[in-house]
Design a protein around this ligand. Structure first.
Ligand code: GLY
Length: 355
C-alpha cells in the first residue's frame, strides 16, 4: 500500500487502504462512526466506501447540503445537534466522505464537539485529495468570508481512493488541477513541467500525480503546521483568488465559482505581480498564463466588479496591520511570502488578465 507518513497520521492510497483503516477503527475501539457527507456524495460515494470498509463498528450517516454556500455555522450547528441527538461520545469518530466543503466542515465539527473527537477524511474530489483533506486545516465561512472560522487539527487518517474520481464532473477535476499546478509553481519546477503535458498522460498516471502533490503539501505542512511562515506559500493565488471567490459567493447576479476556478485566476494575477515586482521573468509569466488559460476559461469582470473583489481583500487571514501580504513567485518552483504591492499594480494585473 502506498502511504505518506505525516507527524500525527498517515495518508494512505488505493484499495488496500481500506484494510488499514478497518484495522485502525477496530484497534481504537471507537464506540460509533458518524459519517458526514453531502447530498451528492451520499448517493455517489458512500455506498462504494461502505462496501469496501471492513469494520463492525456501528455507524450513522449525517447528510449536509452540497456546495460552498452551505459551509456555514448553520450547517455546522445542525451537525452538532445531530451528533448530540444520536448520543455521540468522546470515543466516537467522524468520517468525512466528500469534497473540500465536507472535509473542512466535518473536521471543524469534530475539532469542537466535546472539545474534540477523532476525524478521518475520505476525500472524493480531486481538490479534497490534493489539498483540503491533508494538513489539518478545518473551517467554515462566516458571512461569505472564506474560512473565517477554523482550527488546525490533524485528522487521524486520510484515505485516497482515486476510483471516486471516475464519476467526478470535468469542472470539478479542473478545480482540483488548479491546486496541483500551484504545487508545481511554488515548490517543484519539474512537476510544473509534467503537469503542462497532461493531455499526454493516462488516467493511470493520476494516482502518481495526486501522490506527488500530497508529498509536496505534506513536506510544507510538516515544517510549519500552524502557518507561521513557510506554509503561507500554499496560499499562492489565494489572496486574490479568495477575494474573487468571496465576491462571487456573495453576489446576487453571479453564480458561485468553484474554488479552483478562482484560484487559477488568482495565480495568473499574482504571477503578473511577481513579474512586475522584478521576480518572475516575463517569459515565465506568459508561459504560466498560457498554461492556465489552456485549462481554465477567462472570467470576465467589469471595473466595478474588480473594485468589489478588492474590497474582500481586507478579510484575508495573512493581512498584517490591515495590509494584504501576497505570496509571489521568485521563479517557477520558488515562492516568497509577505510581499506588499500597490493597489495600482493590483489593478494593472486585472487589466492584463481581462485584456
Ligand atoms: N490550503 C492551504 C493550506 O492547507 O495551507
Amino acid at each position: 500500500m502506498k502511504k505518506i507518513h505525516s507527524d500525527q497520521y498517515d495518508i494512505t492510497f488505493g484499495a488496500e487502504a481500506y484494510d488499514y483503516l478497518g484495522v485502525m477503527l477496530n484497534e481504537r475501539a471507537y464506540s460509533k462512526i458518524f459519517l458526514i457527507t453531502d447530498t451528492v456524495c451520499n448517493d455517489a460515494c458512500v455506498p462504494h466506501f461502505l462496501a469496501n470498509l471492513p469494520t463492525n463498528v456501528a455507524f450513522e450517516i449525517i447528510e449536509i447540503e452540497t456546495g460552498e454556500e452551505f459551509k456555514t455555522m448553520e450547517t455546522a450547528y445542525s451537525v452538532w445537534q445531530a451528533l448530540s441527538e444520536l448520543k455521540a461520545d468522546r470515543q466516537s469518530v467522524i468520517i468525512t466522505v466528500g469534497g473540500g466543503v465536507v472535509t473542512d466542515l466535518g473536521g471543524f465539527v469534530a475539532a469542537l464537539f466535546k472539545r474534540g473527537i477523532d476525524c478521518i477524511n475520505i476525500p472524493t474530489s480531486l481538490l479534497a485529495m490534493v489539498d483540503a483533506s491533508v494538513g489539518g486545516k478545518t473551517g467554515i465561512d462566516l458571512d461569505g468570508i472564506k474560512n473565517q472560522l477554523g482550527t488546525f487539527t490533524m485528522p487521524q487518517n486520510v484515505l485516497i481512493d482515486v476510483r471516486f474520481l471516475e464519476t467526478l464532473p470535468a469542472e470539478q477535476m479542473r478545480s482540483g488541477l488548479a491546486e496541483m499546478f500551484k504545487h508545481g509553481l511554488i515548490y517543484d519546477r519539474e512537476y510544473w513541467e509534467v503537469l503542462q503535458h497532461l493531455s499526454e498522460l493516462t488516467s493511470d498516471d493520476l494516482e502518481d500525480l495526486i501522490y506527488h502533490s500530497v508529498v509536496i503539501k505534506n513536506q510544507i505542512v510538516q515544517q510549519d503546521p500552524k502557518e507561521q511562515g513557510l506554509r503561507k506559500i500554499l496560499n499562492f493565488g489565494h489572496t486574490l483568488g479568495h477575494a474573487i471567490e468571496s465576491y462571487f459567493l456573495n453576489s446576487d447576479t453571479r453564480t458561485t465559482l468553484l474554488h479552483g476556478e478562482a484560484i487559477a485566476m488568482g495565480m495568473i494575477l499574482e504571477s503578473y505581480l511577481s513579474w512586475k515586482t522584478g521576480k518572475l521573468s516575463e517569459q515565465e509569466y506568459y508561459s504560466i498564463k498560457t498554461v492556465l488559460f489552456d485549462t481554465f476559461a477567462r472570467i470576465d469582470l467589469d471595473p466595478l466588479e474588480v473594485e468589489a473583489c478588492l474590497e474582500w481583500l481586507q478579510h484575508d487571514k495573512k493581512n498584517a496591520l490591515g495590509i494584504p501580504q501576497f505570496v509571489l513567485l521568485n521563479t517557477v518552483g520558488v515562492a516568497v511570502i509577505n510581499q506588499v504591492v500597490s493597489k495600482d499594480l493590483i489593478l494593472s494585473s486585472f487589466e492584463d488578465y481581462l485584456s
